[in-house]
Design a protein around this ligand. Structure first.
Ligand code: FES
Ligand code: FES
Length: 169
């Protein structure tokens, strides 16, 4: 009999009862009750289901849960702790700076794209703390917002970059 499936999510090993070919998104939302990632297109086209796998964005709607392997998954809910670990902050902030920036800029309308915009933006800022407008545009290209908030998402990411630059370890 195969070993029971388990994945590491937001710093915890979580047993999974779903079949190995179940999309990671369904496991996160239905079994683990993590509702940050959202179902949008189901075809890796919109980004609403994005999570980080070892710090790299993946589309959980098209990733079979068994394909996660030993990679550590971070969802929207785990972003503050993920950020704190990078920066050596203890305790972690209540929100990742980009989550805070989305609040401060009131960037979103319906909020459906918020998960993917935040996860992808957080990945960008971890790898490139001072992104140019062109960097942001290029990175966020695969994340769709049906409400057309792109200019304000740009502002939020720029604000978060400034906040991170001023953050004390
Ligand atoms: S729901 Fe996964 S990319 Fe659209
Ligand atoms: S704010 Fe509505 S989809 Fe982006």
């Amino acid at each position: 009999m195969a070993d029971p499936l388990s994945i590491r999510v937001n710093g915890r090993d979580r047993p999974v009862s779903a079949s190995p070919d179940t999309p990671l998104l369904y496991v996160l939302t239905n079994e683990l009750e993590l509702h940050g990632p959202r179902f949008g297109c189901g075809l890796a086209q919109c980004g609403s289901c994005s999570v980080l796998a070892d710090g790299v964005e993946i589309r959980s709607c098209v990733t079979p849960v068994a394909a996660v392997g030993n990679r550590s998954i971070t969802t929207l809910e785990g972003l503050p702790a993920w950020y704190a670990e990078q920066k050596g902050l203890s305790p972690p902030p209540a929100l990742h700076p980009l989550q805070q920036a989305f609040v401060d800029t009131q960037a979103l309308h319906c909020g459906y794209c918020y998960n993917g915009m935040t996860v992808k933006g957080a990945e960008l800022l971890a790898n490139n703390p001072s992104p140019t407008e062109a960097d942001i545009r290029k990175t966020m290209n695969g994340h769709l917002c049906r409400c057309g908030t792109y200019p304000r998402v740009m502002k939020a990411i720029q604000l978060a970059a400034r906040a991170i630059a001023g953050a004390k370890p």
